[in-house]
Design a protein around this ligand. Sequence first.
Ligand code: GUN
Length: 264
Amino acid sequence: MTIKDFVKTRKEELKVEFAKFKSVSKFVIVQMNEDPASEAYIRGKLKDGSELGVNVELRKFPLDFSHENLLNEIDKLNKDDSVTGFIVQMPLPKQIDEESVKLAISPKKDVDGFHPLSKLNPCTPQGIMNYLDHEHIDLLGKNAVVIGRSNIVGKPMAKLLLSRSANVTVLHSKTSFADMHRYLENADIIVVAVGKKHLIDDKFKFKKDAVIIDVGINRDEDGLKGDCINNLPVKLQTPVPGGVGLLTRLALYENLLKICKGEN
Ligand code: GUN
């Protein structure tokens, strides 16, 4: 099933689920950046919220807001009983320490699953796992290669794949091209989360049954481009746009629903 159809079907189910929690399902997005990718993500999250019948509130703070002020706002959100869950959109300005922001969010309200004590997983890796499962992609004993080692995607992705007994290799900016070729040639599942347009092209060889998950969102003069060129000769490749971005947004509301149900 395409990602678009998968997301549409699941959203209809989520809408029914959220209707049971109307009085508590307020979700707050904290924004303290002017990043175009964040703007696009937030627009998408607001649209999803209105489709799902979830009350979503955007709280914007100025770029020169201090670290203490932001922590203070987080504290208010943690204590506000009318708020079911919230996220602080990344990236944050230089004066803010992102790690201490993640630790300040109560695990009980942490829709992003960023807190080390949170039972929820970060949305992009979790959204990818949900789709792989929906497509019945076998992970046990399979060779999974994750390219990119960010805290939001690469590292948690590797951890989730490992928790499902895949043989996980993490490649990154210091990996040589020769090694990248070697690893990709033998990979069953490839997750590319680098942020470099068309890094992966037809110079690489793939297993014909390989699955490629393209997390890249690179903007150029004629639109959004992935980290991979289109139509690589594999069994399944996620498109950009209309791919992982939609899975991430869906996983965010899956996490919010788990909080509503007290499953976090
Ligand atoms: N910036 C890019 N992806 C994410 C995400 O999943 N959560 C938050 N809070 N910020 C992001």
